[in-house]
Design a protein around this ligand. Structure first.
Ligand SMILES: NC(=O)c1ccc[n+]([C@@H]2O[C@H](COP(=O)([O-])OP(=O)(O)OC[C@H]3O[C@@H](n4cnc5c(N)ncnc54)[C@H](OP(=O)(O)O)[C@@H]3O)[C@@H](O)[C@H]2O)c1
Length: 196
């Protein structure tokens, strides 16, 4: 996905303003972490992922990454856009979502603090006090920020795809926690604090 983004931006796109590079950097920062650092640092219980899940994610991701790379490498933004409320608020949401996502992933990693342990535990602290899946919530907020900052249909479609992934996943994770742990906090929601 990183290479797809990179190639479309540099070989297919035609606009090279400062904002185009800022958008590229935002996307790449996320996927450098997701594609390289995240798999190296997490303590997965299984070293393999089923082919169905891999292919089910690969093809839609190619399409959504292509349209986002196409947009950010061809959109013309004035430098004044750096002071636009959409840019400021969108960037803030992107950063807050990014930090929440990273923090929650690290917290989950820390639950398996005994080398080789592959069990499941109740996470506590921070956003885990209000939702079962703050890693998904953080990433969703990040892409909402992306949609706002790029003010694009490409961003909106990508965010909707992510929401369509995170809503059912968080619902199932949350239900699993409640079935698995008798003492699971009752006031915790799945994805959206106090709502869902
Ligand atoms: N943009 C997208 O479309 C998209 C889609 C999916 C995921 N993501 C992102 O990818 C990252 C990882 O997602 P994921 O679905 O793999 O997350 P996940 O199911 O929450 O699992 C992350 C890791 O934590 C472990 N874990 C989860 N709950 C645990 C618990 N209660 N006790 C101990 N260990 C626990 C998992 O163990 P196991 O190895 O045993 O499962 C796995 O190693 C997230 O940041 C998410 O936002 C993005």
């Amino acid at each position: 996905m990183l290479w797809l983004m990179y190639f479309v931006f540099f070989l297919y796109g035609s606009v090279r303003g400062p904002l185009n590079f800022v958008f590229l950097a935002m996307f790449l920062i996320h996927y450098l972490h997701r594609g390289i650092i995240h798999p190296l640092t997490m303590r997965y219980s299984s070293a393999t992922v089923s082919l169905g899940i891999t292919l089910g994610g690969f093809f839609p991701n190619c399409i959504y990454h292509f349209i986002n790379a196409d947009f950010i490498s061809n959109a013309i933004f004035d430098v004044d856009y750096f002071y636009d409320p959409r840019f400021i608020l969108g960037s803030l949401l992107f950063i807050v979502g990014y930090i929440t996502n990273r923090w929650a992933d690290l917290k989950l990693r820390g639950l398996r603090n005994v080398q080789g342990t592959a069990g499941y535990y109740i996470p506590y602290g921070g956003m885990f006090e209000v939702v079962s899946c703050p890693n998904y919530l953080g990433e969703l907020v990040q892409w909402v920020g992306w949609t706002l900052v790029t003010w694009s249909l490409a961003g909106l479609v990508w965010t909707m795809f992510c929401a369509a992934t995170f809503i059912p996943r968080s619902y199932h994770n949350h239900r699993w926690y409640k079935q698995q742990f008798e003492l699971y906090p009752l006031n915790r929601k799945a994805l959206i604090p106090f709502i869902f």
